[in-house]
Design a protein around this ligand. Structure first.
Ligand code: ADP
Ligand code: MG
Length: 363
């Protein structure tokens, strides 16, 4: 099988600003037609990586390839990528048509072709008929659609999106998330989107790359990264997770025997390496059930605890349960007839979860 050429390939990129290392040996590939999200906290190097790919920053080390060609030494305008920013920077003195046509006019394309491509781009973002409007006559969501059309009309190899929806209010953001996904499927080009919103990353991406302090932490499908986080950072940044310290009693055939909160549990290592006598494991709060009484014969892990806090959130309830010196988060949807809602502060409860819900974290 021939190796497919990636739309974007970043190889060993390091970028320093004086004493700050914004990116450290980052390697990443975005496949053709893929929606890849770069997820990380503020200051983790997300924007810097997009700027390196766009050619707005020169890496101190490493190379950048677009469509298989090394573009590290090319200026931004010779790279077939376009960036859509959080602040939709439309030209205020140009109407919607002129804003979108701008890049094509710079290329001196024939007028008929420009008209055809602008019309197609407007249709893609569902703004046909808005040609004569001025930017100040558009809502935030509409302005961001024009910004997307302006980038797409240039038929880039890939679109770089830096927190494109962060300036929109929640309702509109949800709507635009669906739009963005539809648009990406329709045009079939690669999207590399930056966000610090984990739900947005889960909902939109083919794959998510988690970044912290300039280093890539983990990359995989939303399901892989959520269900099988490699580190405590990934487990707690993408969703909520309870992290427990455990003692390693034995290792055998890809399993480990762990002493966890006073119980002995056999867990799968899932290919993770485990060295030394201590381990950290993660359990997602929605995988833990609360019971008033313990189960007698069971394969489940069971711990006794006391409810210290209950938060009613409309669609779900969150509990904090004290187990020894640890506070464990448990969440459950509020279903009709669900007994869980009845648990009160100070009540003695049993936490139960399946062994398969335990993820051994890398050290
Ligand atoms: P993010 O987009 O994930 O919030 P950035 O890529 O903007 O993070 O920044 C990563 C780190 O690099 C931060 O510590 C930031 O302060 C620093 N940084 C970014 N741009 C510059 C710059 N032009 N000069 C100096 N430091 C910078
Ligand atoms: Mg940023």
């Amino acid at each position: 099988m021939a190796t497919a050429i990636s739309a974007i390939r970043v190889e060993g990129v390091t970028k320093r600003y004086g004493a700050v290392t914004a990116l450290e040996a980052v390697s990443l590939e975005v496949e053709r037609g893929e929606f890849l999200t770069l997820l990380g906290p503020s200051g983790s190097g997300k924007t810097t990586l997009l700027r390196v790919i766009a050619g707005l920053e020169r890496p101190d080390e490493g190379r950048v390839y677009l469509g298989g060609a090394d573009v590290t030494d090319l200026p931004p305008y010779r790279r077939r990528v376009h960036t859509v920013f959080q602040q939709y920077v439309l030209f205020p003195h140009l109407n919607v048509y002129k804003n979108i046509a701008f890049g094509l006019e710079q290329k001196r394309l024939p007028r008929r072709e420009i008209e055809r491509r602008v019309a197609a781009a407007l249709e893609l973002v569902r703004l046909s008929g808005y040609e004569r409007r001025w930017p100040h006559e558009l809502s935030g969501g509409e302005q961001q659609r024009v910004a997307l059309a302006r980038a797409l009309v240039l038929e880039p190899e890939a679109l770089l999106l830096d927190e494109p929806l962060a300036a929109l209010d929640l309702q509109l953001r949800k709507e635009m998330q669906r739009e963005l996904k539809r648009l990406q499927r329709e045009v079939g080009i690669s999207f590399l989107m930056v966000t610090h919103d984990q739900e947005e990353a889960l909902a939109l991406s083919d794959r998510i790359a988690v970044i912290a302090e300039g280093r890539l932490q983990q990359i995989g499908t939303p399901r892989e990264v959520y269900e099988n986080p490699e580190t405590a950072f990934v487990a707690t940044f993408l969703g909520a997770a309870n992290v427990f310290e455990a003692e390693v009693m034995a290792r055998e055939n890809g399993d480990a025997l762990l002493a966890l909160c006073g119980r002995t549990v056999r867990v799968s290592l899932n290919g993770r390496r485990l060295e030394g006598s201590r381990a950290q494991v993660a359990v997602r709060p929605e995988k833990i059930a609360l019971r008033a009484r313990p189960l007698r014969k069971t394969d489940l892990v069971q711990l006794e605890g006391v409810i210290e806090e209950r938060l009613y959130l409309g669609d779900a309830t969150h509990w904090r349960v004290r187990v020894g010196d640890q506070s464990v988060l448990v969440t459950a949807p509020n279903r009709p007839g669900s007994r869980a809602e009845a648990f009160r502060d100070g009540q003695r409860v049993f936490l139960c979860w399946a062994r398969e819900s335990i993820v051994v974290l890398s050290q």
